[in-house]
Design a protein around this ligand. Structure first.
Ligand code: COA
Ligand code: MG
Length: 291
């Protein structure tokens, strides 16, 4: 499904078992929140977390932010109950962990169809070797409107764990796999969000990794702490100079002498219609964050 432009610059995980963080979540300036029932919740706290989540959505039935619920995998002892609870909350999306095959997404979509929940989309975590190996088959669902799939989320901690590679600064060990996820998302019109930066007291390291995510082509970054939101919002939005340049390109092609031209010169640079497309997208992206 080709997603319309929805900002995904900052996607904050909030453990559903953490009452304080849950209460704070509605006040934070991130684009999306992932209420987590999976990795951030200990096995003994799963049932309470589910109840806390349902109570939270009952008390807060709507939000200006995108709200996503991460469930435990369908193959785990908590998966079915989590999915039922998540669907009952009617979030914007349900995030499926450790997706390794299109089937998991298709059966989640079929279940949402059965429940008549038209508005609930699916996001998929890519965080295992098989998820990377099968990324083409999984991403292809993006072109299939009834799959509900709109966004990939990289799980870099699990990817490092499952492959046994270290996770050094700069993530040289993961780059090849990260790029696989990005290019397949782009091929099928999906959004794609980068993994988390664990050391939330290391602001400089976090900022460097955000900038790396921008260069790799991600739409945004998953976050673990409120202190990471502001920089992610800035890093993944078009900068003032990019916006000004986009505006100049749009204005130049709108000039009567240029409306029929495929290529023009602007400030000493060649500018083609493909650059006009990019400029329009940049302006739309900036607009989406001002809504
Ligand atoms: N969402 C919302 N609020 C959060 C938050 C989060 N992810 N992380 C911290 N906060 C809140 C704290 O509750 C605290 O609130 P207060 O100002 O009302 O007291 C404030 O931000 C400052 O928190 P701080 O004391 O610096 O951190 P902490 O020790 O409470 O929590 C973590 C640190 C890592 C345990 C916590 O940030 C966390 O659980 N993050 C998410 C982890 C997760 O979801 N992992 C799974 C995906 S990788
Ligand atoms: Mg994980």
């Amino acid at each position: 499904m080709q997603s319309s432009i929805r900002p995904r610059r900052s996607v904050l995980y909030v453990p559903a078992a953490n009452a304080k963080a849950m209460a704070k979540s509605g006040t934070l300036d991130c684009d999306a929140i992932v209420y987590d029932l999976e990795d951030a919740v200990a096995p003994g706290a799963k049932a309470d977390a589910r109840e806390a989540l349902k109570a939270y959505f009952d008390a807060n039935p709507s939000s200006t932010k995108q709200r996503v619920i991460r469930v435990n995998g369908a193959g785990t002892e908590w998966g079915a109950e989590d999915f039922k609870a998540a669907a009952a909350c009617r979030p914007d999306a349900i995030l499926l962990p450790k997706v390794e095959h299109p089937l998991g997404i298709l059966s989640a979509a079929a279940e949402l169809d059965r429940l008549g929940l038209e508005g609930v989309q699916l996001w998929a975590m890519i965080e295992t070797p098989l998820g990377i190996v099968n990324i083409g088959d999984i991403a292809r669902l993006g072109a299939q409107p009834d799959s509900r799939l709109v966004c990939f989320v990289v799980g870099s901690n699990d990817l490092a764990k499952e492959t046994g590679v270290p996770l050094p600064k700069g993530r040289s060990t993961l780059l090849h796999w990260l790029l696989q996820v990005v290019i397949h998302a782009r091929a099928y019109g999906l959004d794609v969000v980068d993994g988390v930066y664990n050391d939330f007291r290391d602001q400089a390291g976090f900022e460097a990794e955000c900038e790396e995510g921008v260069v790799l082509g991600f739409d945004g970054k998953t976050l673990i702490h409120p202190s990471q939101i502001a920089f992610a919002n800035q890093a993944f939005a078009p900068s003032p100079s990019e916006l000004a340049e986009a505006q100049r390109i749009v204005s130049a092609f709108a000039q009567p002498e240029n409306t029929d031209k495929g290529v023009i010169a602007l400030e000493g640079k060649m500018v083609e219609r493909l650059h006009l497309d990019i400029a329009r997208k940049t302006l739309a992206k900036a607009g989406s964050t001002q809504a």
